[in-house]
Design a protein around this ligand. Sequence first.
Ligand code: ZN
Ligand code: ZN
Ligand code: ZN
Length: 174
Amino acid sequence: MTEDAVVSPFRPVRHEHDACIDDALDAADALCAKQGVRLTTLRRRVLELVWGSHGPMGAYDILDRLREERMRDEKKGAAPPTVYRALDFLLSNGLIHRIESLNAYVGCGAPSDGHAGQFLICGDCGSVGELDDPDITKMIASKAEAMGFAVTHQTIEATGLCPECARRGAKNEN
Ligand SMILES: [Zn+2]
Ligand SMILES: [Zn+2]
Ligand SMILES: [Zn+2]
C-alpha cells in the first residue's frame, strides 16, 4: 500500500481542528462549483457538523444540533426530512461517507468523484481513518468476478485501536 492511499489520517492528538473544518468547507465549495451543484446554507451547515470531529456523527446528533439552533434562530433550524436530504446530497457528491456498521457519517478527507473508501474505526475513541487504496478495491472486484459476481458498491470497515489509543493502552499495562 502506498502512503498516498491515506485519505484521512486518525485524529491528530493536538491540532487546530477549525483548520480541518475550513479546509473541508473550502474543498466542498470547489467541488460543488466544479460539478455545478449548489452547496446551500443547510447543506454546508450539515457538512460542518459532520466534520465536528474526526469521528462518526449520527443523523440524530446532527438533528439535535440543528434543533438547538432553531430554538435560538427560527430561520436557521431544519426539519428531519430536509436534513436527510442534505445528507443524501453530501453522500452522493462524495463529500461525506456513511459508516454502515455505526449508522453514522464521516467527512471525506479527499472528496472527489465517488471513490470506495476503506475505513478503520477506533473502538475506543471513535476516531475514523480513511484509506482509498485502488489495489484493495480492485482485488475485491476481481475475486468477486471470479465467482461471477459484479460488485456495485464496496463497504470495507475494520475496527480496532487507533495509534493514540493503542499507545495509551500499552502505557496502562505497564
Ligand atoms: Zn481536525
Ligand atoms: Zn473519501
Ligand atoms: Zn482511538
